[in-house]
Design a protein around this ligand. Structure first.
Ligand code: GLY
Ligand code: MN
Ligand code: MN
Length: 444
């Protein structure tokens, strides 16, 4: 299996082949963010920068200069510094960066203002991620203005500025074997974390007790952080789609929805399971759960090359609308209810999103205004849900406050799909028997 640095080198080459002639691409590492005084938030590298370097230090800039004879790949990074390294850890330094990251040249970040305008000078086009970080936009313009200031001495400032994101997003959308392996690992750790939370769940615990189980499993497995703010939502809290307080008491007779995934070596998992706090589904909970499960299973089945990206979503809409009519939560003709979006009172989000280095990963969903077709190597979540708001007076009170979502991570393969997040119980029978067994073991 190739290393992350070999893979980053391959990606840089691929990107440079797609860049317009006579151009340079500039990418910045994520800044370190101060929490207060001399305390920082945990550092996480910028996703694009990581994708092209595998380098996890801050204060770094990457320049890709296709066709430059003295070297196409140039990095600016922090210098080695004994005193700083004593306090905050080992730095790679420009010298070692060249061999470790398989790049052509590296300079101290402190010299960037002197060196970078010279690398930009004479190039017609500058690719960078525009308009996302005003400080980065300003730095690019400052370097360009240095060249403009020398125009009368014959310097050639660039004339075009191009958004880098599109080329990179399309590359990131198709996952390599190494990326798939990392996503499988993130999925396996996260599935295990869900099992752990399910096994200890009982009435009277707080939502954060289950969150603690998730985090324990993540960290002990080598994940350094959740891939997003994890949701542990008991009862009607599950009807708040991005509930992250996780502080309420878990009540006997309620469901609990856990939407949690870890990040492993910069790749995300995104899994949701919903299960009864006391280990047994009520009649109403089970009825709604079976609809969401059927929608999820059928939508996963629809994932294969050549299928339009919105097809799994359409499958979930049809099955959920039919189910809600069958149970009396919606009344009328299914096709007509779908056409006017009546299901949106209960199912207000889409069935999935791209997944990768970011939990809501990059990549267009439409091409020329048409839903794009799935291709091998893409990874999407499939995550239908039904949420009956506690104040929904249009339905019988027995349904109110039930929120259910089931989510897995699905890789498009050459012949169909593969689930990267399997492992946590999902059917009613699997969940009930897993929880009963866990209880029996706890008592024994
Ligand atoms: N965990 C966020 C999402 O499911 O999209
Ligand atoms: Mn999720
Ligand atoms: Mn998701």
């Amino acid at each position: 299996m190739t290393s992350i640095h070999e893979e980053a080198a391959r990606r840089r080459k691929e990107l440079m082949q797609q860049m317009e002639p006579d151009s340079i691409a500039l990418l910045s590492a994520a800044p370190q963010c101060t929490r207060s005084n001399d305390t920082e938030y945990p550092y996480r590298q910028n996703s694009d920068f990581y994708y092209l370097t595998g380098f996890v230090e801050h204060d770094a800039v990457l320049a890709l200069i296709p066709g430059r004879e003295q070297g196409e790949v140039v990095l600016f990074c922090q210098e080695k510094d004994k005193t700083r390294e004593l306090w905050t850890g080992v730095l790679t330094g420009p010298e070692q960066a060249v061999s470790r990251l398989l790049i052509d040249d590296a300079f101290p970040i402190g010299d960037i203002d002197d060196i970078l305008p010279g690398l930009i000078e004479g190039r017609q086009r500058v690719y960078y991620s525009m308009g996302k970080d005003s400080r980065w936009d300003q730095r690019i313009m400052d370097w360009v203005n240095v060249i403009r200031g020398k125009a009368r001495q014959g310097a050639h400032p660039p004339g075009e500025f191009l958004v880098l994101d599109h080329l990179l997003n399309e590359m990131r959308l198709i996952k390599s074997p190494l990326e798939i392996k990392l996503m499988e690992k993130a999925g396996a750790i996260s599935a295990q974390a869900h099992k752990r939370a399910m096994a200890v769940c009982r009435p009277g615990l707080h939502e954060y007790h289950l969150e603690a189980e998730l985090l324990h499993e993540f960290v002990r497995s080598g994940s350094r952080a959740p891939a997003y703010n994890n949701i542990v939502a008991g009862g009607a809290n599950a009807c708040i789609l991005h509930y992250v307080e996780n502080t309420a008491v878990l009540k006997d007779g309620d469901l609990v929805l856990i939407d949690a995934g870890c990040e492993f070596d910069y790749y995300a998992a995104d899994i949701t399971r919903t299960f009864p706090v006391n280990g047994r589904f009520s009649t109403q909970q089970k009825a709604l759960y079976e609809i969401v499960l059927e929608a999820q299973l059928q939508a996963i089945k629809a994932v294969k090359p050549g299928v339009a990206w919105d097809e799994p979503h359409n499958v979930t809409v049809r099955i959920i609308t039919e189910g809600l009519v069958r149970l009396g939560l919606l009344q009328g003709n299914v096709q007509e209810l779908i056409s006017r979006g009546a299901y949106k009172a209960f199912y207000m989000h889409r069935a999935g999103h791209w997944l990768g280095i970011d939990v809501h990963d990059v990549g267009d969903y439409k091409i020329d205004d048409k839903w794009r077709l799935m291709e091998p190597g893409m990874v999407t979540t499939i995550e239908p849900g039904i949420y009956v708001a506690p104040d929904n007076m249009d339905v019988d009170s027995k349904w109110r406050g039930i929120g259910i979502r089931i989510e897995d991570d699905v890789l498009v393969t050459r012949t169909g799909h593969r689930i990267l997040s399997a492992g946590a119980p999902k059917t009613v029978e699997e969940i009930e028997s897993f929880m009963a067994q866990a209880r029996a073991q706890a008592v024994a």
